[in-house]
Ligand binder design. Sequence first.
Ligand SMILES: Cc1ncc(C[n+]2csc(CCOP(=O)(O)OP(=O)(O)O)c2C)c(N)n1
Ligand SMILES: [Mg+2]
Length: 328
Amino acid sequence: MTAAYRTMIRIRILEERIIESANRDEIVGFVHPYTGQEAVAVGVLAARRPDEWVVSFYRCHGHAVAAGLPLDGIVREILGRSGGLCGGKGGSMHLADRTRHFLGASSIVGSQLAIAAGVAMAEKSAAAGRATVVFCGDGALGTGVSFETLSIAATLGLPLVLVCEDNGWQDQTRSDLVRHRSPTELVAGLGIDHLEVDGNDVEAVHRAAGSLLDRCRRERRPQVLVARTYLRHYHAQVGAARPAEYRPADEVAYWRARDPLDIAAARADLTDAWRDRCREETVREVDETFAAALAAPPPDPATAAKQVTTGPVAAAGQVTTGPVAVAR
Ligand SMILES: Cc1ncc(C[n+]2csc(CCOP(=O)(O)OP(=O)(O)O)c2C)c(N)n1
Ligand SMILES: [Mg+2]
């Protein structure tokens, strides 16, 4: 439990530092903070095997940290610096690290399900018996591509574990205003194995994810975990521009009182002194990482067309044939 707590606070402090940086206009493009949802990434990814593929979406910082990607590479990528995980050219919404089986993150809502289903299709015929993990928001379950993907995954028996982070909102729209059924009801309607869990309770998430992953590896068919959670901050900001609070005050207060870090600390009897020390150590680590990243140069313009690969066939740094190469 202390390891889970450490990873959760690492995500929390990283996100708080990212928000500070965005407020100073140090980050180009959108930033989607993961604060409040830390227990989902940490609980799920502690249950995956390190060689199982993970596919994420634009709210990907927490998934990247929980998957064990290096903090330095994450921060440099978000700040658009050389040495970033994708050479500083992908930014906040596109963290990827194939060496750690973190395939990448997509900013097109729902598209990550189809990408992950393709990975699971390849894994189905492999001998390793691995599951593929994909994260999505609750709004993503309203997209056509998610239904097509879940339907084909169930039909073909793809070893896919979908983790739906149900924070009740999609950007500044309440999900129940635009979606006829809850994520659990939608998945149940498709006849897919699923569990619903308190997404702010890291232990409960870990237990549920562990059992779904086991069943997925054993029985080779899709599984869905719906984790009820909430964002502590807001949907996203661009540079320093962020929305005023758009959610009801009592709802925000309810969830703020259910902080996943507090729940984990109470469960493991972590003292305030231990938590303070842990916070201080993490703040120091994150501050040092940011200082080094901010001192690093932006990507060399000469590398602009490098790493524009279309698949494992292409060697790193090579531009493969196809529209991108033609456009050059
Ligand atoms: C196909 C597509 N439509 C719309 C958008 C704009 N958009 C970005 S995030 C978002 C809300 C998605 O909500 P949800 O899936 O619940 O995830 P959350 O942001 O709450 O984590 C929308 C509509 C997009 N990126 N892609
Ligand atoms: Mg949502």
